[in-house]
Design a protein around this ligand. Sequence first.
Ligand SMILES: C[S@@+](CC[C@H](N)C(=O)[O-])C[C@H]1O[C@@H](n2cnc3c(N)ncnc32)[C@H](O)[C@@H]1O
Length: 166
Amino acid sequence: MNAYATHVPVLEAVLEVVKPSSVVEFGSGTYSTEIFAKQCARLVTVEQQEKVWFDTVCKRYAGIETVEPLWLPGMAAVEWFASNDEIFDVVFVDGETISRRPLVLEGMKKSGIVIAHDTEHGVYNLSNLPVLAGWGEYVYRAHSPWTTVWSASSEVLAAVVGKLEE
Ligand SMILES: C[S@@+](CC[C@H](N)C(=O)[O-])C[C@H]1O[C@@H](n2cnc3c(N)ncnc32)[C@H](O)[C@@H]1O
C-alpha cells in the first residue's frame, strides 16, 4: 500500500461507525481531505506546512461550503485549536511534526474520537500519551506507517476495530 495512504482504511472504518457530521483535520492532502469532504457535512482542513499547497486546496474546494480550508502554519494551528470552543465529531492529525502531540491532546478535549497517522515514528512523539480516564486506544499496524485511534467510547472503538479486523 502507498505509504501516504495507510490511514485510509482507518478513516473509512471510523466514518462507517461514527458517521461524523463535523471533522477537523490537520494536514490537508488528497486522501483524507477528499474522503472527509465527500462524506461529512462540515470539514475544517488546516494546512500547516506549505502555503502553495494551501492555495491549491482552496482552489480545489472553492464554492464548496462544507469545506473550510485554514492556513495556520506550524504551532499556530495548536493555538487556534486550543482557543476554539467548537466540538468536532472527529479530529484527524496528519500535519506538521512538532504540533502533532499537542494537537492530539487538544483533540481529546474537543472530540470523542481522535485519529493520528504515522504513530510508530518517534519523531512525532505520540507514544506514552497521558490518555484521559475512560479513553481507549487502538493502533492499526496492518500497514506502515501505523495509524492510531483514540476514543472516549469503548463501544465505538470496538466497532472500529471490528471493521478493521473483519
Ligand atoms: C502527511 S501530508 C497530509 C496528508 C493528508 N492528510 C492526506 O491524507 O492526504 C502532510 C503535508 O504534506 C503536504 N502535502 C500533502 N499532499 C500534498 C500534495 N498532493 N502536494 C503537495 N503537498 C502535499 C501538505 O503540506 C500536508 O500538510
